[in-house]
Design a protein around this ligand. Structure first.
Ligand SMILES: Cc1cc2nc3c(=O)[nH]c(=O)nc-3n(C[C@H](O)[C@H](O)[C@H](O)COP(=O)(O)OP(=O)(O)OC[C@H]3O[C@@H](n4cnc5c(N)ncnc54)[C@H](O)[C@@H]3O)c2cc1C
Length: 384
């Protein structure tokens, strides 16, 4: 009989285990993968953007990691990383402390059911039964199933009395109705807006990456969190508008830009497709000119205001979002009203705790999702 059994040895589960074991609890982690923290190692392109200084409780998480011996640094927009840029260091330090505290780790073992018993819980995994006083569900969501997260936590939570708001893959790339594969490989700064039936629902400036199926990049990932479907809203009701002028005009007036285009249109040998040369990558320059209704190889034709408008209002229709395999996070999950968010204890089943991406929280790129996992794992570990 353990004091605490944790299902899921990812971000939330490991932090919860260290915290609970530091309070003298006997703890076992059940992890489906052959090793703990597989997904953590892949985060932040292998650098692990562990938190963001703009998060309300970033200091608490940093104090925890400090106590493990992790040295961090803060970069642009408050993004916090290990100073070494090595996600594996985060996992190493967590594992070191788990070992030192005597936490039992069962890897390669998927929990298939859990039931409430008189004095606690019984959990079954790989035909073994484990008994515990408190049970923590930290099995993650459904995003990136290649790291073990196939949504098992939802069925376990449902079986213990919880409701689940529909899981949707987010922080993912967007597919477009228009074939823009000729722009594959272009990377450019733009103000990215998402409109739903004409109403703007999201706006962010950053680098956009063009792919053979549509658009990618951090602001497009953040945009995917706002692609919500319902009976009367489908993907094609959403349009992505890119304004390449917005980042460019931070250093120049729009009127100067128009004058520059007019001057260029008179330059010897300049064709329409050369009007935006050295301003945006050439494949995009040509596309913008065509969208302005001009022949790219013609010399000095058309209205420069049309090019300016096409440059500032490049629009495509959404066909869909890349699914679970590419998504970095899950929107939806265990309904928050059913959890005491101070302690992470279930309001539906005493002694049950829920932490991490399994609960109905998703944040933007920049360290917010790991912060949620560590923070809820800490809270559960302090209260089990
Ligand atoms: C490629 C990628 C990059 C990312 N980069 C960042 C980033 O830089 N910063 C950031 O804030 N967020 C990032 N995220 C999101 C972040 O990794 C997750 O939100 C976070 O790991 C969630 O923590 P968790 O503990 O809830 O779940 P996870 O870390 O996913 O851990 C859940 C664990 O439960 C295990 N499990 C599942 N079912 C069972 C079962 N039945 N029995 C036993 N074990 C089970 C899984 O194998 C897994 O190890 C990224 C995600 C991806 C996919």
């Amino acid at each position: 009989m353990y004091d605490v059994c944790i299902i899921g040895g990812g971000a939330a589960g490991m932090v919860c285990a260290v915290t609970a074991a530091s309070r003298g609890k006997s703890v076992v982690i059940i992890e489906k993968n052959q090793a703990l923290g597989k997904k953590i190692c892949a985060t932040g392109n292998g650098r692990c953007n562990i938190s963001n200084s703009n998060c309300e409780n970033a200091a608490k998480v940093l104090a925890f990691f400090n106590s493990l011996g992790l040295v961090t640094k803060t970069e642009n927009e408050g993004r916090i990383y290990p100073a070494s840029n090595q996600a594996a260091d985060v996992v190493f330090l967590l594992e070191k402390r788990l070992n030192a505290l005597g936490v039992q780790v069962m890897c390669g073992c998927a929990a298939d059911w859990a039931a409430k018993k008189k004095n606690g819980f019984e959990v079954s995994c790989a035909s073994r039964q484990i008994r515990c006083r408190s049970l923590v569900l930290a099995a993650g969501g459904k995003a990136a199933p290649q790291f073990g997260t196939t949504g098992d936590g939802y069925s376990l939570a449902l079986s213990l009395g919880h409701s689940i708001s529909k899981p949707i893959p987010v922080l993912t790339a967007i597919e477009t109705v228009e074939d823009i594969s000729h722009l594959k490989g272009v990377r450019v700064a733009a103000e990215c807006s998402l409109t739903r039936k004409g109403e703007t629902v999201f706006r962010e400036t950053g680098e956009v990456q063009f792919t053979d199926y549509g658009l990618s990049g951090i602001c497009i990932f953040n945009m995917s969190r706002h692609l919500l479907l319902s009976e009367d809203i489908e993907f094609t009701d959403y349009k992505v508008r890119l304004d390449f002028g917005e980042p460019f005009f931070q250093r120049r007036a729009r009127s100067d830009f128009l004058k520059m285009l007019k001057d260029r249109s008179g330059m010897p040998g300049f064709r329409n497709k050369d009007l935006l040369r050295s301003i945006v990558p050439q494949a995009l320059a040509k596309d913008i000119v065509i969208r302005a209704g001009m022949d790219p190889v013609q010399i000095q034709t058309g209205n420069m205001t049309d090019i300016m408008n096409s440059f500032c209002n490049w629009t495509v229709t959404v066909k869909g979002a890349k699914g679970w395999k590419m998504a970095q996070c899950t929107k939806g999950g265990v309904v928050l009203d059913e959890i005491d968010m101070e302690t992470m204890e279930s309001k539906m089943c005493s002694g049950l705790y829920l932490a991490g991406e399994l609960i109905d929280y998703d944040g933007p790129c920049g360290g917010y999702n790991l912060q949620n996992a560590w923070e809820t794992g800490l809270r559960a570990g302090e209260n089990v």
